[in-house]
Design a protein around this ligand. Sequence first.
Ligand code: ZN
Length: 131
Amino acid sequence: MKEIAVRTTSHTQFVNIDARVEDAIAAMGIRDGLCHVFVPHTTAGITINENADPDVVADMIQALERAVPWQAHYAHAEGNAAAHVKASMMGFSQTVPIRGGKLAFGTWQSLYFCEFDGPRTRKVWVQCVPA
Ligand code: ZN
């Protein structure tokens, strides 16, 4: 397993981690197989979405904010309940095929680390199995 450190710079931020994950795949020497990417946090998640138009990521962040506002009379005393909810909405892992040592995405897809209570230094765990 390889661990990637992701340093987020905003409270809420989507970070494209394709290149970092592909570096981990290369370090493991896997050309074809499956890549499992896991986020070991409760206020950050991971998703796949469009990389061509940055407005898509901005719209996703705004839609999540509208659906789960930061202030909403939550019980969680730490004060970051919205971050926990949004992290679970995105989920904590993705599995992507590996082809020729690269993530085998559709044309517009990328892997995004989703920060919901930053800025922080976060971990992403990458494990791959050969096909
Ligand atoms: Zn909390």
